[in-house]
Design a protein around this ligand. Sequence first.
Ligand code: BDP
Length: 648
Amino acid sequence: AVEGPREPILLDLAPTPSALAGILLDSGMLFPQESSSREVKELNGLWAFRADRSPTRNQGFQRAWYKSRLAETGPVIDIPVPSSYNDVTQDPNLRDFIGWVWYEREVVVPARWISDGKTRVVLRVESAHYYSIVWVNGVKVTEHEGGHLPFEADIDGLLREDPTTTTCRITIAVNNTLDLHTLPPGSIQYMKDRTMYPEGFFVQNTNFDFFNYAGIHRSVLLYTTPKAYVDDITVVTDFLDSTGLVRYNVSIQGATLVTLKVTLIDKDGHCVVSSNDTSGVLKVVDVKLWWPYLMHENPGYLYSLEVRLNAADGTSTYEDVYSLPVGIRTVKVTKNQFLINNKPFYFHGVNKHEDSDIRGKGFDWPLVVKDFNLMKWLGANSFRTSHYPYAEEILQMCDRHGIVVIDESPGVGIKDIRSFENASLTHHLEVMDELVRRDKNHPSVVMWSVANEPAAEMPPAGFYFQMLIKHTKVLDPTRPVTFITDSNYARDKGAPYVDVICVNSYFSWYHDPGHLEVIQIQLNTQFENWYGKYQKPIIQSEYGADAAPGFHSDPPVMFTEEYQKLVLRDYHSVFDQKRKLYVVGELIWNFADFMTTQGVTRMVGNKKGIFTRQRQPKEAAFILKERYWRLANETGRLPLWTKYPCSH
Ligand code: BDP
């Protein structure tokens, strides 16, 4: 009897042994951009959608739903892209759906993209959760494992096969099933006792504390480049006195004989320095460095690196232009400091989620702008992308506003010993490849976090994290690497390899609930133990308490706004002693309330936000605001207007 979803929900992804020796991806993943040689066509809006509710979730493949219009296969509904599909309908089964869902959209491709024979057309999905297969006009063009990171396919060859039709039908099947070797991991549990559960009953178990939102979470788009094109650019920056150094490397596809011009342009549009080589070092006289928000009068200064390529083959000539924003800055770590541009940087920031009402994890500009305004209001200079990579548009905002980022992989909830097996490690290494490839050029990204709170006590954890951290350092020798821990076992496992120790703790919450009086002593012990053993800088990467907005009590009790405030105050008094010594940052858990799986410890989600899910402040937000502005005054150099934040 069929018990529930099987193939291809639980994908058997064979490990590629080469991964353990360090993968180098063979193409770039530059953010799609319009230029004199490139066009972008966003495919956002309403897509036809159908969840495969067959018991095996396999009907769509058996009946080849990708071969015809989705509406011809059965009933379809409208689903917006980008958005999670979970919260936009009234259907509880779709909210909690596990398995394959199918998206489809028809698009008319400009005829000249096909007819001129010189244009490359790329279909790009910025993120779909979790496993995706993509067809164009019924032909499979790519598949990708993992949410949160982009993937693409060249489709011009396919479109040219039938140049009479410029309509193209894009079908994307997305499966949110998590198994022991996905990232994050999970497992499907079948309940077979028919006296207790209905036929076919199964659940998706996970070990992380946020709702497993699914669907196409970020933009889908078509973009063009010439057939000979700039495939990737890597930039590493440094400076010596007042001279900036921009080490760059351009990789080109589609042509062997090319001429190249690389020009660094300042904010006012002036050409600063140029070169004709595909790689080299550009020297920038009187450099304007990239500084974090609240550390300098003029944070987030960006140059632009314009790469102009000219190439020819027997029949055609090609020109491609791509402009990469470049912030010139350095990041270094000493035994007790985190240095940006050789000055001590103190993280006073937040942990976030991509999460909001209705959209779930769907990208939404109004939400992004609101969150940046709230972070700036708060005086936050940094955040961590807990617990997965965020949209690249968010990192671009960080670059421009000077918000510093700890960029985290989706390595969250690694708690089952089987999730340390080679298949998992291989995939985790690939995800780091994809993450570093996408985010390496963002000046705001100052550290990689390979995972959050893995089960460090398990024997394979040491090898697993050693491999991950070493690999990440090979991918990017210029940034520190960490993983986030809540466990003392991690001391002997990952800690010897990380550059910065990031610790999560919830004293008087998960331990000694209700006992505020333990916080200071326990936090002090935590810091002394870690620093005593490793002499590495420490970031308190999570701390906090749930507060149901509007719940009050004095004397304070758990879940009231007063209790949340007092937890913060007690943590802060220890931070103030240790930040003069070796603590280099504090990141509140969490910026805003967020949705979780249903459970007895979660009342309509996690309430540790200092803002509600609708982005209104709880009392704790004002405590933090006062503190962060005070810290900024002490440690940074505030631009004039920011000295009076209340009027802004
Ligand atoms: C931490 C996790 C985070 C949770 C938080 C909590 O890293 O994902 O949401 O606990 O329980 O351990 O609120």
